[in-house]
Write a protein that binds this ligand. Structure first.
Ligand code: COA
Length: 387
């Protein structure tokens, strides 16, 4: 494998966007990333695009051909990647493999979703396709309901409280308020979360990530050529993916995502680092309980201690291991296909020292954790500022 670096990174403002369509979002992110890498579109060899449900949400399939066409990049190969909410993370891994293998030199990795053109109920049905359609969605279990099962079980096994889950939302809204690209810019309190309407008990409105429009893009290049494009290449030192059962009821435990444990173990081995070496990370907090479980499954704390970690401020911006400096899925928003790419954009900015008021001082190693469905796919990537 050749060593691979991120040489360009960009995203659109996330949120409810009535002004622009799907193709405008991905084109904006793509063009900004190409500009960020100081290159011309002619140098690009391939596109890998993550999107989960364009067919159901905007009635458009064949989206990477659309992107290549709209961005004037024909005739290069343009490949769609779908792995539910991990579509962006798997697109990043696919681009990494393409450059690492020597097949392509310069690759655009994009992620995009336009979710607010349909009513929330229709979006929930589309998202439900990430779980087991026959055994979960058909029986009435939407994604908030599945994560509510997980939350209840975590509370039962480890004494995790609704207030601790609320603290995840409070932290992530606070971080989002420092991120001009975030869906939500408002700071909230534990009381606001506790008072918000019940969605699937014990999860309330503020425990949930929102329905969001947005896109993000990265430019990858072989590390040996990266300095032609940037003074601050960010090397991808590990990229790992694992799978688990689609349906929750087939798992031995509801409180561990085995795909996360496995992908993280392989990623740490590949990078030659330990959980303690991670300076900053973006984890998949589709619901607040998911962030608490991610702390445990990524090895930042012992099993069952995730609630304690948020309560003790360990994952705050100035904590031992700052988590979701972008605001995460909760605060920055969750345009599902874009999320895995956006996570890497945030880590790139952090490692370059460009994250402004949410900058983690001296960050050198960062991690992204992107989950599909309720944990059937997980991608963990580790990045380091190249010397
Ligand atoms: N967090 C905070 N505020 C939210 C929010 C969220 N998750 N979702 C919506 N809001 C706000 C809106 O901005 C709006 O505020 P306003 O009145 O000031 O404009 C208000 O709540 C009502 O918005 P609306 O779109 O009517 O909310 P809703 O009740 O239809 O949808 C959820 C709320 C939680 C059901 C929806 O966001 C949802 O389904 N989230 C989960 C998405 C998901 O499952 N993703 C995949 C994960 S694996």
């Amino acid at each position: 494998m050749r060593r691979v670096a991120i040489v360009g990174a960009a995203m659109t403002k996330f949120g409810e966007d009535w002004e622009r369509g799907f193709r405008d979002l991905i084109a904006e992110a793509g063009v900004k990333a190409i500009d960020d890498a100081n290159m011309s579109g002619k140098e690009i060899d391939a596109i890998y695009g993550g999107t989960m449900a364009a067919g159901r949400l905007i009635g458009q399939e064949h989206i990477t051909a659309l992107i290549a066409d709209y961005m004037g990049l024909n005739p290069i190969p343009a490949t769609r990647v779908e792995a539910a909410c991990a579509s962006g993370g798997v697109a990043l891994r696919t681009g990494y493999l393409a450059v690492g293998s020597g097949l392509h030199d310069i690759v655009v990795v994009g992620g995009v979703e336009k979710m607010t053109d349909v009513p929330v109920g229709d979006a929930a049905v589309a998202l439900g396709g990430a779980g087991d359609q026959e055994w979960e969605l058909f029986m009435g279990a939407t994604f908030p309901a599945l994560y509510a099962f997980i939350a209840r079980r975590h509370m039962h096994e480890f004494g995790t409280t609704e207030e601790q889950m609320a603290m995840v939302a409070v932290k992530n809204h606070s971080n989002a308020s420092k991120n001009p690209y975030a869906h939500f810019q408002n700071v909230i309190s534990v009381r606001d979360v506790m008072k918000s309407k019940k969605v699937a008990s014990p999860l309330k409105l503020y425990d949930c990530s929102p329905i969001t429009d947005g896109a993000a893009a990265l430019i990858l290049a072989p590390l040996e050529k990266a300095r032609k494009y940037t003074d601050t290449p960010i090397e991808i030192i590990a990229s790992s993916q694992a799978s688990d059962t689609l349906a929750l009821h087939h798992r031995k435990s509801l409180t561990t995502l085995n795909a996360t444990v496995e992908a993280a173990r392989k990623a740490y081995n590949m990078a030659g680092v330990k959980p303690n070496d991670i300076d900053v990370c973006e984890v998949h907090d589709c619901f607040t309980i998911a962030e608490i479980i991610a702390y445990e499954d990524l090895g930042f704390v012992k099993k069952g201690k995730g609630g304690r970690a948020i309560e003790d401020g360990e994952t705050a911006l100035d904590g031992r291991i700052p988590v979701n400096t972008s605001g995460g899925l909760k605060g920055c928003g969750h345009p599902v296909g874009a999320t895995g790419v956006k996570q890497a954009v945030e880590i790139t900015w952090q490692l370059r020292g460009e994250a402004k008021s949410r900058q983690v001082k001296g960050a050198e190693i960062g991690l992204t954790h992107n989950v599909g469905g309720s944990g059937a796919t997980c991608v963990v990537s580790i990045m380091r500022r190249a010397d």
